[in-house]
Design a protein around this ligand. Structure first.
Ligand code: IPE
Ligand code: IPE
Ligand code: MG
Length: 245
């Protein structure tokens, strides 16, 4: 009997696009008797580490949920603290991110942000627009439902102006009207803190994302945790509705 031909063992591909719901800063602080904003501050260190690790693992896109359209409901002091951390993060990290070939993009409602933050972000995007190794997408004042409604509105305007026929609206043309146009859908979405929901994050784009829920609170999330999530992703079989055979 002839020997079966050994098929080459292909290492499963790492995710191209990882998206993270960075949750649990408040509980991290509460557990230590600290104010919530100190939890957010600690969370920034985890952001730095994860960005570095994504470059090392060859991940091409990293989307971080930094502030949702619903987070505006929080007390003013907490919102101000989060916005201040964002200012600090961009001011401190921009040069290094630019040097490391990281391209920065923001998705979310800019009209609700302070003008100086919009300016900082616009500058960061302009300065890094030709970078390619890693695209860092910051979801800020972002809500998936708003994003979808805005895309509908723009398509409806084109139809009303006689420039588009409703029959020509496809999933592809629709996706091109979302803020994530040009960015591949996330292969994997990680949420820390043990909560198992999307909280209005990338609800269109997550149609076939692998969801990974991690019990650790965001400030405790390390590069090892990211590597473990990538390994878990690589063990999963993505079928996209097919039979998997
Ligand atoms: C995530 O941590 C950060 C933001 C939502 C901005 P939380 O602040 O939601 O922390 P928990 O969920 O209250 O622990
Ligand atoms: C989602 O976390 C938003 C971010 C991580 C930025 P939340 O803490 O706001 O979500 P819920 O309220 O628990 O759903
Ligand atoms: Mg939370």
């Amino acid at each position: 009997m002839s020997q079966p031909i050994a098929s080459p063992v292909l290492a499963p591909a790492p995710p191209r696009h990882v998206a993270i719901i960075m949750d649990g800063n408040g509980r991290w602080a509460k557990a230590r008797g600290l104010p919530r904003n100190l939890g957010h501050r600690q969370g920034v260190d985890a952001v730095r580490e994860v960005v570095r690790t994504c470059r090392r693992l060859g991940i091409e896109y990293l989307t971080l949920y930094a502030f949702s359209s619903e987070n505006w409901k929080r007390p003013e002091s907490e919102v101000n603290g989060l916005m201040e951390l964002l200012r600090l993060y961009i001011r401190r990290e921009l040069d290094e991110l630019a040097r490391n070939d990281v391209c920065i993009r923001m998705i979310g409602d800019r009209s609700r942000l302070a003008p100086d933050i919009v300016e900082l972000i616009t500058e960061a995007e302009a300065k890094t627009q030709n970078n390619h190794t890693l695209t860092l997408v910051i979801a800020l004042s972002y809500g998936g439902q708003d994003e979808i409604v805005e895309a509908c509105r723009r398509l409806a305007e084109q139809v009303a102006a006689g420039k588009l026929s409703p029959q020509d609206i496809t999933t592809t043309s629709f996706a091109n009207h979302l803020q994530t146009a040009g960015i591949p859908d996330p292969d994997m979405i990680i949420r820390t803190s043990g909560e198992q929901r999307l909280s209005n994050f990338l609800i269109w784009q997550s149609a076939y994302s692998e969801l990974i829920f991690v019990d650790k609170l965001w400030p405790d999330f390390s590069s090892q945790d990211l590597a473990a999530a990538v390994e878990e992703f690589q063990r999963r079989e993505r079928r996209y509705g097919g039979s998997g055979e």
